[in-house]
Design a protein around this ligand. Sequence first.
Ligand code: ATP
Ligand code: MG
Length: 396
Amino acid sequence: MNEENILIVRCGEVALKGQNKPYFERMLLERIRKRLLKAGFTKEVHSYRHEGLIYVKSPKDVDQEEVIKEVSKVFGVASVSPAVEAESNMDSIGEEAVKYMMNLIETRGIKTFKVLGKRADKSFPVTSPEIGRQIGAKILIGCKVLKVDVHNPDCLLHVDVRHDATYIYMDKIAGFGGLPLGTNGKGMVLLSGGIDSPVAAWMMAKRGMEIEAVHFHSYPYTSQRAQEKVEELASIVASYTGKFNMHVINLLPIQEQIVQNCPENETTILLRRFMMRIAEKVAEQTDCMMLITGEDLGQVASQTAEALVVTDAVVTKPVMRPLIAMDKVDIMDMAKEIGTYEKSIEPYEDCCTVFLPKHPTTKPKLDRIIESESKLDVEALVEAAVDSQEIIQIKA
Ligand code: ATP
Ligand code: MG
């Protein structure tokens, strides 16, 4: 045994889904397989579901650290544990446990341990606490340098006795949790080059929602490089979600119309209403059920409660704002964790900052805004913008 690397994958919330459990587990397994293939691991790394867990096994010469890195990034994975396998009898378990501990003494300098036995297979003749005691005793005999410490051991050794085999492991490496991609529809994220919207996209994807993106620019006021930055940012998001399309649209014609015909302090809110209308049209074309934005209550003038109400009034699809109640520092921490932060803070211009009003209205009134919009041919402007979209495929 143990001529292979074994990784136990726990499905977390997926396991709570009652009758749908097999469906969620199948989806998760499919996502894990896809991700491993994409990372260049071929069929030599095989994975399967068994009794509520997923196992990923690979030959010894495969870099297990890389496998762990990839698998723990899949949404729906609660945690992973590199493990060794033993036959489900006390002699074989004891032998493998001693080998495992010897290795830990060498590689990590472990001095104390405690065994946590667990009998998932109730037909196994030894009870869970007894497994802990007996295997602990075998380890003490086999590894003379080790001592038991039940309160604060260097190594808490898990011994999970299952029907087909017993798994021995120490580490539980946390994944992101959530639900497998593709189990919760598809959403259109309004993706800027800022800190917030990539985090918002990531959070919805983590709940199983596939995403597609729309990005607005004001070329030539915004540069080609600014757009490339957004593509690079999108590609970091795609490293979690897999490839997706980004619909790129120039807002300049609309911005010029607003600036020429409407009150200066309303330009931001008017522009946001156009963004929403256009995003909704693109969402319709691409079967996205919802819109997703990185808005955060009160962060800037366009994100006051009043402004959000006025923005929402132009669309019928639900608008998901997963960051709405978060503090900026927490959003920034999250951006750092998922790896988008450094790219987001690269200083490039954004279409929202072109023609930025000096004193944007923070409490817009819907009837006043509708009145201002009556000076514009809204429908024609939206249609022209949608027709001008360029579609870029974002790769992971
Ligand atoms: P972000 O950090 O995501 O840019 P922000 O705090 O800068 O957000 P705003 O610029 O007011 O806030 O934008 C609010 C939301 O509107 C963004 O989170 C994003 O979803 C959307 N948005 C803003 N600018 C663009 C853009 N150029 N293209 C697509 N969506 C955008
Ligand atoms: Mg922004």
